[in-house]
Design a protein around this ligand. Structure first.
Ligand code: PSU
Ligand code: MN
Length: 304
């Protein structure tokens, strides 16, 4: 394992000193946002985590290594590169072996975070059961990872490019708790709510930390979804985002988009249709998640 995992100086010092560390994914950087907003957002998110008492660890595959924590130069180079591979559980070994640049999805970031003993991971949204999955069988590997790997994912719910109802059913089957932070309904990424209730509501970070501790103390392996709604002032108008998503999903089908290309295609289309407004929302919600994730990592660290 040592052969593959490389901690940055900041992360390795934090680990030695027993400080709370928060993992961050890199698919959002390479496939979720355009350059240079991607790099700028990644930096700001890292700083927010530091400002809230934890240490950020952005995870990516570079030159045959799982980098846990990127230097400023690595982040810049990564965010500005073309043809970065999108890496989920399936892809991880090959991309390492061939020393390609790889961006970790939620699933792969959870795997790498667990290898580095990091329990809290902040992102924008998770993958899930796609609409029409009853025929395409397109279910994100993120859900299987949540079923088995002990990392909690702080996110703004899931986009309604997915079938949110089926995603909740799948998570229930796999025993993954979906906990709303100060909310009773599953946030739908760009909007604060959806028609689907979360499993549990936590009004403060303390409840989140104690729930995670109980889960892992009992060896109930797997993750948890901490669903944190986008701040009101950054949410998108319901009708506008609904129309954009419908159009994007239709175009994906018409263009025969499938497999790992589906999510990046839909994200790009939605940005195009909303004239970039969805990107502003996306950036705002990730920052909001960073605040919560850092506080949660601090709290969990104190309990352990
Ligand atoms: N959803 C988003 N933004 C993203 C992703 C999902 O709103 O950037 C990325 C994440 O990295 C997630 C991945 O893990 O897409 C899911 O891809 P797939 O559906 O192919 O598993
Ligand atoms: Mn998929």
């Amino acid at each position: 394992m040592k052969k593959y995992v490389e901690l940055s100086t900041e992360v390795s010092q934090a680990m030695e000193q027993g400080k709370p560390v928060v993992a961050l994914e890199s698919t959002i950087i390479s496939h979720g946002m355009p350059y240079p907003q991607n790099v700028q957002t990644a930096r700001e998110v890292e700083q927010i985590i530091r400002d809230n008492g934890a240490v950020p660890a952005t995870i990516a595959l570079i030159d045959g290594k799982i980098k846990v924590g990127l230097t400023d130069e690595e982040l810049e180079q990564f965010g500005n590169s073309k043809g970065v591979a999108k890496v989920s559980r399936r892809d991880l070994p090959y991309i390492l072996a061939t020393k390609q640049l790889g961006a970790t999805t939620v699933a792969a970031t959870m795997i790498c975070a667990a290898l580095a003993d990091i329990k809290i991971f902040v992102t924008g949204g998770i993958g899930g059961v796609h609409r029409g999955a009853e025929t395409t069988m397109d279910v994100s590997a993120d859900l299987e990872e949540l079923a088995q790997t002990d990392v909690a994912v702080v996110c703004a719910g899931a986009k309604s490019i997915l079938d949110l109802g089926l995603t909740m059913e799948y998570l229930e089957t796999k025993g993954v708790p979906v906990i709303g932070y100060q909310t009773e309904t599953l946030p739908a990424f760009y909007t604060r709510s959806s028609e689907f209730p979360v499993n549990f509501k936590a009004d403060d970070v303390d409840v989140l930390a104690n729930t995670l501790k109980a889960k892992w103390d009992l060896n109930l392996h797997g993750g948890a979804v901490i669903a944190n709604p986008i701040p009101e002032e950054h949410a998108m108008p319901e009708e506008e985002i609904h129309t954009a998503i419908e159009t994007a999903v239709k175009e994906a089908a018409e263009n025969g988009i499938s497999g790992k290309d589906t999510t990046p295609f839909l994200l790009g289309k939605i940005k195009e249709i909303t004239g970039g407004k969805s990107l502003d929302s996306n950036i705002a919600l990730v920052k909001n998640n960073a605040v919560l994730g850092a506080k949660l990592a601090v709290e969990l660290n104190e309990l352990n």
